[in-house]
Design a protein around this ligand. Structure first.
Ligand code: ADP
Length: 266
């Protein structure tokens, strides 16, 4: 068996082949021992690990394993998953919305990390919890989908009352910037969670569009577990990326890019 593992800040992503087919599985980082035991039970396996917690995982394995720098693994994995979707893109930006957000420019088959932001999936979980007490990721994204940001965010058109704004009135002028003092006590968890997702989505897409302009590409490939079962984040990122003039693309199983890239080295 060939196994690629990406041990990140929040989740461990595992890609492996079984009967010639590619399988994916995720574990919370707290279950690293379980992942190590599973790997140790496989006989005749080849393993390659990547990610910030790769060293810790390696120390728990009974067998030799390779290690690859995560940015390189992600680059290889994105290429593989793009080909699997029969896409022809050659130069593009990759925005990995993991615990934090990392942005890479891919050109001539080489990747360069050109920036990032601390606003990412960790922000989504942390702010959501602080504002509403909800801790479970699936519950956060489910409740957020039922919420509206109208009473919490301030849009450009709200500021340009009765006047044509010089930029799209639909852009957010200020996340959480509406007149909150009047409504703070009445806001529902759903509204607050939707607005957190809006903040994360608009920040990562805005930073990505600037980065895409800087490296001269128009397609932005979004990956990372923050998009998993999260249609609202995808919707915010899609509309903001398009509004700002670039083309978004979500990779199928994109959160496994690092794990798949690690596998491809074996
Ligand atoms: P990392 O490699 O840093 O662990 P990921 O790409 O795995 O990053 O993304 C982590 C983010 O994915 C979390 O911050 C959270 O927003 C989201 N997420 C998706 N599924 C889960 C889950 N089951 N538990 C916790 N967070 C999840």
């Amino acid at each position: 068996m060939i196994v690629g593992i990406d041990a990140g800040g929040t989740l461990i992503k595992v890609a492996y082949t079984e009967n010639e087919s590619l399988q994916f599985i995720k574990f919370p980082i707290a279950e690293m021992d379980r992942v190590a035991s599973w790997v140790n039970e496989q006989s005749d396996s080849k393993v390659c690990v990547t990610g910030g917690k790769a060293g810790v995982l390696l120390s728990l394995l009974n067998q030799e394993a390779r290690e690859i720098v995560e940015f390189e693994a992600t680059h290889l994995g994105v290429k593989f998953l793009l080909a699997r979707m029969e896409r022809q893109e050659e130069s593009y930006l990759v925005t990995n919305v993991g615990t934090g957000t990392s942005i890479h420019c891919i050109e001539n088959d080489r990747q360069e990390r050109i920036g990032g932001t601390g606003v990412g999936g960790g922000t989504l979980l942390g702010l959501s919890h602080l504002l509403t007490g909800v801790t479970d990721y699936e519950e956060i994204v489910r409740m957020a989908s039922a919420g509206s940001r109208d009473r919490i965010d301030l849009k450009v058109k709200h500021i340009y009352e009765g006047k044509e704004p010089p930029i799209s009135g639909e852009l957010t002028a200020s996340n959480f910037g509406n007149n909150l003092f009047a409504v703070a006590g009445e806001l529902s968890k759903e509204e607050l969670l939707a607005t957190v997702i809006g903040l994360v989505g608009e920040t990562v897409s805005t930073v990505s569009v600037h980065a895409a302009k800087q490296c001269g590409c128009s397609t932005i490939i979004y990956i990372g577990s923050s998009f998993f079962h999260n249609p609202l984040l995808k919707e915010v990122v899609t509309s903001y990326t398009l509004l700002r003039g670039a083309t978004p693309l979500f990779l199928e199983n994109g959160e496994f890019s690092g794990a798949v890239g690690a596998m491809s080295l074996l």
